[in-house]
Each structure stands twice: as C-alpha cells, then as structure tokens.
Design a protein around this ligand. Sequence first.
Ligand code: SAH
Ligand code: SF4
Ligand code: F3S
Length: 452
Amino acid sequence: MSKKLYIKTYGCQMNVYDSGRMADVLAPLGFVPVDQPDDADMVILNTCHIREKAEDKVFSDLGRIRPLKLARGAAGADMIVAVAGCVAQAEGAEILRRMPFVDMVFGPQTYHRLPEMVARASRSRAGAGILDTEFPAEAKFDHLPTETTSQGVTAFLSIQEGCDKFCTFCVVPYTRGAEYSRPVKDILAEARRLVVGGARELTLLGQNVNAYHGTSPDGGTWSLGRLARALAQEVGLQRIRYTTSHPRDVDAELIAAHGDLPQLMPFLHLPVQSGSDRVLEAMNRKHTAKDYLSLIERFRAARPDIAFSSDFIVGFPGETEADFQATLDLVSEVEFAQAFSFRYSPRPGTPAALIETQVPEEVAMARLYRLQALLEEQQRRFNRAQVGRVLPVLFEKPGRHSGQLIGRSPWLQGVHASAPDALIGQVVPVRITDSSLNSLAGALVEDESHAA
Ligand code: SAH
Ligand code: SF4
Ligand code: F3S
C-alpha cells in the first residue's frame, strides 16, 4: 500500500535538490509525495539555518505539525516527523529535546540512510528519537538511487557540496561540511538521465559551485569550465546554468567557457556581499571590491551580453556609513539585472557574531531599504531594456491564463506569452512587449508573421 510523504523545503536550491533525492530514496519503500501534511504517513522538514528568521520558521512550523501527528495517533494511524537539512545539522539533539514528538533528525550528508532510519523509527514506536548528523566518510551520492522522479524541463543537479571558505558570518561550512566534488562520470550520467526524463536546461549546484574540482574520466581533475564544456558538447542540453559562485574561485577556463559555449547562459549569480574593502576583509571574503569589478569586466569581455546577479549583506558588524556608501557605489558601477540583499543576522558559532560593534537594527534596516531601492531600479531598467527585442524563451509550463505558457529568457527572467502546450520544452523566439519588476510579457514571433 502506498504511504503519503510530505516534504517541506526551506532555504537554497541545494535543499530543493536534496528534497527531490529524499523522495527518490523513499520511493522504493512505497512513499508517494503529497502537498499537504495533514494525513501524511511521514513529514520531512528540510531546513535552512542561514539566518535567524529561517530557523524560527522551522520551529513555528513544527508547532503546527504536532497537533496533526496527535490527531493521526488518536485515529490509530502514525506520522513519522523528521527534521532534515541545515538546522538539523546545527542543532541536532537539541531539536529532539525541545520537540520530543520529532522522530528523527538528520543532516544533509546522511539522507541516503533514510530507509534504515524509517525502519528503526517504525520498530521503536514511542522510543527515543533517531539522530544522524555525522559527516560519513562514504559519499552519500554513491548511495543514492540512480532512478529519479524529477521530470521537468528544467532540473537541478548537485555537483559540489560543502564549503571551506569560512566567511565570518556564515554557517554553511559547519552545516554542510568540507568541500566535496562529485566525479565527472557520475555527473554526466545523471545529466543524461535527466535529459531522457525531459530536461532541456540544467542548473549545476554547489555551495561554491565554481570551486568544483572533480575527478575526470582520464584520472585528472576538471574545473567547472571544463565540466560545462563536456555537458554542452556531449549531453544534448539546450541550456546550462550554475550557482552559487564565489569570486575567488573564478578562473580563466570558466570565463572562456562563457565566450565559447552557446548553451552556457549569459547570466551569472556572483555574490559580493559588500563594496567596502574593510568590510570584505572582516567578512574573510579574501577579495577586494576592485577584484570583483575586474572579474565583471573579464566576463563582459568574453560574453558582452552577460548580466549579473548578486547577494548583499547590510549592517555587518562595524559597517559605517562610508562602508555602506561603497556598496552603493559598487552597485551603481556594475548595474545588476537582479539581486538578493539581507540584513546581517548573527549566527551562533560564527566569528562575526562575537564582534562587539553590532550595527543597530534601525540603522541596518534603513540601509537595507536604500540598497533595495537602488537594486530594484536596476532590475526594472534591465527588464524594460528587453521590450521590443526578440528573445529565445524556453517554455516550461502552462501560465495562469488558459492558452498561456511561462518560460524563461537567457537571463532567467520569467516570460509569459500565448502559446500552444506543444511548445513546452522548446526554445522559441518571443518578441517582448511589456515588462515589470519581476517578469516580461511577449508574443510568439511566428504569430506576428501570420498577422502581417
Ligand atoms: N555560497 C554562497 C552563498 C551562501 S548563503 C556564497 O559564498 O556567496 C546565501 C547568501 O545568504 C549569502 O550570499 C549571504 O548574502 C547571505 N547570508 C549568509 N549568512 C548570512 C547572515 N549571517 N546574515 C545575513 N545574510 C547571510
Ligand atoms: Fe558561506 Fe562564504 Fe562559504 Fe558562501 S563562501 S557558503 S558565504 S562561508
Ligand atoms: Fe540554508 Fe543550508 Fe542552503 S543553511 S542556504 S539550506 S546550505
């Protein structure tokens, strides 16, 4: 008999990928994904620890799961409640102590052991919770099933995990562990399976994706640029993206790949965090604002239509008005197509949380609004610049209105247009007719020629 599995995903795309793989691991046990927790046989919260808000959300959601579990128990059924991901890794046993109805807690590196954990949980009903937050020596990727339920036009593929950078504000090196690159052969095989399943676009994932240094079929080591070349030439993909990159790990091979590979999309998420060298140093980012700007220039020289996205932290401890102004200056100089910006959130166990000169909340919030206003203006300008142009759009799914499809431009902008369902999965020329902050509207170029 099939069992209902509800997974809620918080945080970054790597968690989205991991949630999909958890479903793959549990599928042979009869678990089928559902979108409501209410009468699920198993609930997994795949959590994020990056900022305080993300963590708080998990605990408040757990508070809502508890009565659901009790109600099922009263009806003679059971609900296994699991906390996975980065909060699980960071808090571990503390979650079982605070929330005794939680049956299992496991980190991002052990979910390939889920079948064992589920068997143990079912045997030891009302027993002690199961905790698995090891960083096992065997790579989880070697133990995940090759079958995947992922069947979209666009797919994620984790190629690298973990981080050795230790930016002073960040929990990721502690929650995800040391840097690890999957072997090239495994990545190509997974990519081929995704293409057979209908994927036209792959986004290669890693906490530090361009630190990739995987073993190649000939026993050497390949960089991300070299891997992208193989994926473009051998796998039959229309589009390749990757995220998230670190400025320190950009090399000449990656920049050259953007010049040579039409499949490598001209849109790059390259977090800079701050435009002030003093703050960058205190963050342990190991590069200056000038280093960042010169990378941008080199990418633009290789691929003139490339556009950039970034992450910013505002109100890092010790940030002065002049430091913040340097961030605004950097933003003005680059002209971003899109960006994420956050108020600094002190995280337990990270060095920056101990710095005494924390920026007062109202000062940080006022800076955040100023930065967001500037970034939003740039994003609107970037979108508006597409109006009147013909863009290749990869259609992904039906839109909100009937007869409409939604797709993406090379720069990841959502585009909606009237188009038949048969075009899902195809890259089609679309003339852009309108733009807003978050999306574009357009018309198929073929329709225009019929009209003319
Ligand atoms: N590996 C990527 C991003 C990791 S987390 C990189 O190196 O850039 C995603 C973003 O969350 C970061 O780029 C940063 O902008 C933000 N972030 C991380 N820790 C944070 C904290 N303590 N407070 C606020 N924002 C944070
Ligand atoms: Fe965190 Fe820095 Fe590593 Fe990115 S590079 S995951 S911000 S420690
Ligand atoms: Fe969050 Fe972990 Fe990703 S902390 S951002 S889910 S790596």
